[in-house]
Design a protein around this ligand. Structure first.
Ligand code: PLP
Length: 417
């Protein structure tokens, strides 16, 4: 048998399966499992009837470009729709700054390709989105975490980490942030810290990578000024901005975009030519029509209500079942609850017990580049029904109680944050 190990590139050597994808595999194998693991939107919210009509209109055969290769930058009318979406978010972007990508996941990969050399430092929040971690790890970056507070990065730690890495002779290239309803914590970076981040990036001569798939999904009548993107006030050209139609229209279309200073967008275009030539033409046309026909506009308020109700169901169930042992911040938008359990619990070890209860989650350590988070879980409330959320939390709580009992830990009474 041939040993293939010597054939693999150094990049291939560092590739790891995503903890979230792994959970997806578990899920596919057992229909009776309730999943709080992958951050999938609820399929019953998808605008199926609109998609049927749009697809029928597009697939008459009269317009060959619908199923043809297209421009690497993206279908021109869709780029115009994206510019309008950005304008509504306060971002003034020209065509030369936009690249349509095959999901924001490709955006992360392309950014890593054009801005990071092996050994360069990428700063990330502790914790951070696993897909970002994966993209930068595959580029063989040195991943360095910065502590996070309830309102965003801890600036003392940020300065400390930057000074240390630079003193050790390393090139620090980018800070990656998810300011709106972060995956995995659900946290929101405060307005003041957004301002400070921009100012800091200019002063320290770094780029910010702002990843914003959840900004539209805000709850509780939150003032949109609180989700205003960092890019919106980026006078110094320091921000590369990513966003996606995955959470507001549907992830199966794989349509997202990058808005970057023109010279960076031009390089990203070149990297994308090698990756896939262009994002699927049919997908882009579907999304463009969905924007043009008002589907996006109609969906967003419905989604806000849908996910807010699910957040409430999950929070209440958790208070009921685990209020004495678990804590979590209440997210003002997005898909996730970030639940801290007693320190004696190792949630990776608890996974077998959870599986026996037919419930899955993502272990917090998947989101930390420093190996911490062993007693934290990310629970996604977006996909399951209300009934399944309640039943899933009940099962999750049984797994936690069994784990605690086995460890014979006296449960300290926590006051909830
Ligand atoms: C923070 C963040 N960035 C990027 C992505 C990738 O999204 P897309 O479906 O556009 O590739 C996700 C998906 O969950 C995400 O949570």
């Amino acid at each position: 048998m041939t040993n293939y190990d010597p054939f693999f590139s150094r990049s291939a050597d560092v590739m790891r399966e995503s903890a979230i994808r792994k959970m997806g595999t578990v899920l596919a194998q057992a229909a009776d499992i309730i999943s709080f693991a992958p951050g999938y939107p609820a399929p019953d919210t998808f605008a199926w009837q609109d998609f049927r009509e749009i697809a029928a209109d597009l697939l008459t055969g009269e317009d060959g470009t619908v199923l043809q290769y297209g421009a690497t930058r993206g279908f021109r009318p869709l780029v115009e729709s994206i510019i309008a979406v950005l304008a509504a978010r306060g971002i003034a972007a020209g065509r030369e700054e936009i690249v349509v990508t095959t999901g924001s996941q490709q955006g992360l990969d392309l950014v890593a390709r054009v801005l990071v050399d092996p050994g360069d430092v990428v700063l990330l929040e502790l914790p951070s989105y696993t897909g970002g971690i994966t993209a930068f790890r595959n580029a063989r970056a040195r991943l360095v975490g910065v502590r996070q507070e309830a309102d965003g990065l801890d600036f003392d730690d940020l300065e400390h980490v930057l000074a240390r890495e630079r003193a050790e002779g390393r090139r620090v290239r980018i800070l990656y942030v998810v300011p709106n309803f972060q995956n995995p914590t659900g946290l929101l970076i405060s307005r003041e810290k957004r301002y400070l981040l921009r100012e800091w990036a200019a002063r320290r001569d770094l780029l910010l990578l702002e990843d914003d798939p959840y900004g539209d999904l805000r709850f509780d009548d939150l003032d949109p000024a609180n989700t205003r993107s960092i890019k919106a006030d980026d006078e110094d050209g320091r921000v590369v901005y990513l966003s996606s139609f995955s959470k507001t229209i549907a992830p199966g279309f794989r349509v997202a975009w990058i808005a970057a200073p023109a010279p960076i967008a031009a390089k990203i275009e070149l990297a994308k030519q090698a990756a896939d030539l262009c994002t699927g033409a049919f997908d882009q046309r579907m999304i463009h029509e969905a924007c043009k026909r008002g589907v996006l506009e109609r969906q967003v308020p419905l989604l806000r209500r849908h996910y807010q109700a699910k957040r409430d169901v999950m929070s209440s169930a958790l208070v009921e079942e685990l209020g004495d042992v678990a804590t979590w911040p209440t997210p003002k938008g997005g898909f996730f609850l970030w639940v801290t359990l007693p320190e004696s619990i190792d949630v990776e070890e608890m996974l077998q017990r959870a599986l026996a209860q037919r419930i899955i989650y993502v272990a917090g350590s998947a989101f930390f580049v420093d190996g911490s988070g062993r007693n934290i879980v990310r629970l996604c409330y977006a996909t399951p029904s209300h009934e399944h959320i309640v039943e899933g939390v009940r099962r999750f709580a049984r797994a936690v109680r069994e784990e605690l009992a086995e460890r014979r830990i006296a449960i300290p009474s926590l006051s909830r944050a």
